[in-house]
Design a protein around this ligand. Sequence first.
Ligand SMILES: [Mg+2]
Length: 375
Amino acid sequence: MTNPNAVVSDAQSAIAMAITAAVNTSSLYSPSVPNSPCNITLFSRNKFPKSIETAVTATATGTQSGIGKNIAWVDVMRASSPTRNSSEDSEIKRVWIMKHPSALGVFEEIMSAAKMKQIAIFLDYDGTLSPIVENPDQAYMDPQMREAVKNVAKYFPTAIVSGRCRAKVYNFVRLSELYYAGSHGMDIKGPSSRKHQKGNQNVLCQPAKEFLPMMSEVNEILMEKIKDIDGANVENNKFCLSVHYRCVEEHSWSDLADRVKSVLKDYPKLKLTQGRMVLEIRPTIKWDKGKAIEFLLESLGYANSKDVLPIYIGDDRTDEDAFRVLRKRGQGFGILVSKTPKETEAVYSLQQPFEVMQFLQRLVTWKRSILQRNY
Ligand SMILES: [Mg+2]
């Protein structure tokens, strides 16, 4: 970022840089936020909400004309590095926290909105229930966290919504009473053990099923294509291929992005998006974590119900689709897990997985106290 006072999401700063490099225009930047108590410059989400993915996809697949595509992609990749602690700028953080209060700090207020409603819990996995680690195969969940999720699922329908393939995230969580939405919601399955009376437990939804042979084919090609780049690896998440570059030297990022793009040129039905230190290849269907939430709420019997309060907790750009859906429905709310200020559709915030665990534990205590009172 060139402006040290700017507060933007990882993705937006990345895309802004990508767009800047690709089309060389400053017209997409918004001025400082009106009435802001300090000099914070935010990119207006409304000015290019759809262009985020379009720009990435177009640039990645080479459908966008213009110069600097390689530079743009390296900028995108660089900006997706784990966010740094912004303690040096406490004012920016203070203002952000006022806008997105800690879900622990305003717990009672949150619960007052839950009166007479069924709470439904949606949880991202990496960075939310588990710490972000160098080797994605070792993103283990703390046993205490597992216990907290298990207890939550005793009282509330609970789903894990992850970019990982469903089998892999299940192996990390190992709780059969949950719903699992893997591959960014493109692979959904209901609990194998029945806990809640309402809704359809035998859920199975794979909206991109027809893409499976193609994904498998591209996985093989990608593995071959990048095998000599030290630290790079392809994770097959069934409906999403994740090319991790957390362990790749920065001078090789451009080469890596080029190779991934060259593979995708032959697959126009696939798109390239950006996560935290990962390039992700997905089918170009209109399906994301937000759609998965809508599907799950419908499956639970709350399609048009006002009696439900969905709570979604996540840390990643892909979780914004779910936050956005809850905002649009005017039901429930998103909680962003982040130590640093980011533009988000979430209402509340938590700083790290440990606080997520505390929030889940308080939720259980709150529910138990209500049940005891009514006994
Ligand atoms: Mg995550």
